[in-house]
Design a protein around this ligand. Structure first.
Ligand code: NAD
Length: 484
């Protein structure tokens, strides 16, 4: 039986309290995870503070970025270990994890190392009232000890998306991985040991949210900044914790993203794109589409085409060749998603396809499997159309005009992402200007240039990360004014 220990001050640390890490594909026990308590969180914060005062704090940018490249190379060298760990924890198809989760997890260290090496700061020369001159220049300094609280849907990728820039900027981090997916953050501790990362720079504390490692970490006065990806309601709790000591937060939160399909779109591309955005990773992508609005002349044809796509998806275990759809992350999450499936029926939805649980053979019957599901006919006021479900499902509704489509897309407290499908460029640009989101795709979805800003508007987040934008959160700018 594997044991996942905390990683504190460069060492793996056991505790007396453990919890189970189970595979969502068949419910088998993967590991026992050592839950961090107040003593371990205190130790991690103290180790991070020492690291900032030690060789890490004095390290040149050139050496720091070399180390981060070495981290990425070591992840690549242990690609198969990371892949196996991520697949076991999430149940996602091997092809998906091999093409997105692990390569992007490694790349995040290189990209931000290169950004930090090349970003200048500003300088202004000014005339002073006494006829002299003053020169202002800016220094970038790390914010200090950064807490990184992570979700389970893309564990390594989303964690390194924050740890990469935080370390590139010279901070020390304490990661709290999701209790559902503790494996790859733990494995990264081995990588840090191997490449010679100074002790205390990268720490991991395992556990849950309230009353456990998550709350202990975010409430800890020694933490200088908190970066979090997860549900909006958790973000609210963390923001309350961060208010003590007025500590900065960076939040990537939930969404209820709309896809808008105009009747002048490239039909096949739109169907394929919307299908991907609704069903990839079993619908557990924050940027995923759960509301689809289709211009009326195309409505029936589109519904039938998306239905055919959904029904062609191959559901199966991660290692099976050609599988498109894995299980949900847990039985608990499946209960939540099935609750919405039930509610849709009760509210009179037309279930175009799916709506239940697929029959799975043998040990897989213990897994958190679910059918991809499409509904039509619900009012916009329905909870199924308003609340984030985070499953492989979407509701499709017709619209007539651009103005109506933008109003429908905006009628939500969330503002993470949207995708607009049209061959009329002017129309695409007008929609991009009108829809209140952090990310708008035209004729694509989840196409990411990592130099660009990533984050959510409205209740979907605070701040932007990616490229130089990450530096705004992970560094403090100090203005120095020199009079001469
Ligand atoms: P979650 O909010 O339940 O948990 C996220 C993390 O927060 C976990 O590590 C959890 O243990 C911790 N946590 C929970 N309560 C806490 C508390 N009170 N104090 C401190 N830590 C606490 O989210 P999840 O279910 O793991 O992930 C799914 C959610 O994440 C969805 O809402 C999804 O939209 C969102 N998400 C957003 C983005 C984005 O970029 N905007 C990306 C991925 C996922």
């Amino acid at each position: 039986m594997q044991e996942f220990r905390n990683f504190i001050d460069g060492e793996f640390v056991a505790t007396s309290r453990t919890f189970e890490d189970r595979a969502p594909a068949d419910g088998r026990l993967i590991a026992r995870v050592h839950e961090a308590g107040a003593a371990e969180v205190d130790a991690a914060v103290a180790a991070a503070q020492r690291a900032l005062k030690g060789p890490w704090g004095r390290m040149t940018v050139a050496r720091r970025t070399e180390l981060l490249h070495a981290v990425a190379d070591e992840i690549d060298r242990r690609f198969d270990d990371f892949l196996a760990a991520e697949i076991a924890d999430t149940g996602k198809p091997r092809s998906l994890a091999a093409h997105i989760d692990i390569p992007r997890g490694a790349a995040n260290f290189k990209i931000f190392a290169d950004v930090v090496k090349n970003v200048p700061t500003e300088s202004f020369e000014m005339a002073t009232p006494d006829g002299g001159v003053a020169i202002n220049y800016a220094l970038r300094r790390p914010v200090g000890v950064v807490a990184v609280v992570c979700p389970w849907n893309l564990p390594l990728l989303l964690m390194t998306w924050k740890v990469g820039p935080a370390l590139a900027c010279g901070n020390a981090v304490i990661v709290k991985p999701s209790e559902e997916t503790p494996a790859t953050a733990t494995l990264l501790g081995e990588v840090m040991q191997k490449v010679g990362m100074p002790a205390g720079v990268y720490n991991v504390v395992h556990g849950f949210g309230p009353g456990s490692a998550g709350e202990l970490l975010t409430r800890h006065p020694g933490v200088n900044a908190i970066t979090f990806t997860g549900e909006t309601s958790t973000g609210e709790a963390i923001m309350r914790a961060a208010s003590s000591g007025v500590r900065p937060v960076s939040f990537e939160l939930g969404g209820k993203n709309a896809a808008i399909v105009f009747d002048d779109c490239d039909f096949d591309k739109a169907v394929a794109g919307v299908a991907r955005s609704a069903f990839e990773n079993c619908g557990q992508v924050c940027l995923g589409t759960e509301r689809v609005y289709v211009q009326r002349p195309l409505f029936e044809r589109f519904v039938q085409a998306l239905k055919a796509r959904a029904e062609s998806l191959r559901i199966g275990p991660p290692e099976q060749e050609g599988v498109d759809l894995g299980p949900l992350i847990s039985q608990e999450h499946r209960r939540k998603v099935l609750g919405y499936y039930e509610q849709a029926r009760e509210e009179g939805a037309t279930v175009v396809t799916g709506g239940g649980v697929p029959g799975m053979p043998g040990a897989l019957a213990e897994g958190a499997w679910i059918q991809p599901t499409i509904w039509t006919g619900l009012p916009e006021s329905s909870a199924v159309v308003r609340e984030e479900i985070f499953g492989p499902c979407c509701h499709i509704a017709p619209f007539d005009t651009e103005e109506e489509a933008a109003a429908l897309a905006n009628a939500t407290p969330y503002g993470l992402a949207t995708s607009v499908w049209t061959d009329n460029l002017g129309r695409g640009l007008r929609m991009a200007a009108a829809i209140e989101v952090g990310l708008c795709w035209i004729n694509s979805w989840f196409l990411r240039d990592l130099r660009t800003p990533f984050g959510g508007a409205k209740a979907s987040g605070i701040g932007r990360e990616g490229g130089v934008h990450s530096l705004e959160f992970y560094t403090e700018l100090r203005n120095v004014c020199v009079k001469h």
